[in-house]
Design a protein around this ligand. Structure first.
Ligand SMILES: [Zn+2]
Length: 169
């Protein structure tokens, strides 16, 4: 399988963030305020054509993966994006390989995104504990009904919108 290592695309400094323990195991928080629309971080890693537990879908057939050694050692200083928790009421969205604030965030807010709005069909579905949805099973966009898709209209990833457009054509 071909794997390509990506480097950050912009030299602009990102806000300071921290990986900390959470009720979900670990999570990522911003350490300083972030304005709506600002990039919080860029997803780095190897792009593969298939999903796995810690991958994030960034294109029609593109899934970005953390390095396996970082996952095995649970090293919180590398691929910090893999500690981002899912939420059905997220604070951020994924645009290409960037995590972007959906609204103004205060220092100390948890950074989350909606896995249902990036993944077409998840490798490892799980029951959501976000508190906003009453415990739905997160399985990916393919498994959402029209109402659940419409609720996510503000943060659906571009590659899912394109896939929907082709399905409607
Ligand atoms: Zn939820």
């Amino acid at each position: 399988m071909q794997a390509r290592i990506l480097r950050p695309m912009s030299a602009k400094p990102f806000p300071r963030i921290s990986v900390k323990p959470s009720s979900a195991g670990s999570g990522v928080w911003c350490d300083e305020p972030v304005a709506a629309g600002c990039t919080v971080l860029e997803f780095d890693g190897a792009v593969r054509t298939t999903p796995a537990r810690y991958s994030v879908q960034v294109g029609a057939d593109a899934h970005i993966h953390p390095d396996d050694s970082a996952v095995m050692t649970q090293d919180p200083s590398r691929f910090r994006w893999r500690f981002l928790n899912h939420s059905c009421a997220p604070t951020c969205r994924v645009e290409g390989r960037r995590l972007v604030a959906l609204r103004d965030l205060a220092a100390g807010e948890e950074l989350t995104f909606d896995y249902n709005a990036t993944e077409w069909s998840m490798a490892e579905p799980f029951t959501c504990l976000c508190g906003a949805c009453g415990g739905s099973v997160v399985r990916g966009f393919a498994h959402l009904d029209a109402v659940a898709r419409a609720q996510r209209s503000g943060w659906i990833a571009e590659h899912l919108l394109e896939r929907m457009a082709h399905a409607d054509a």
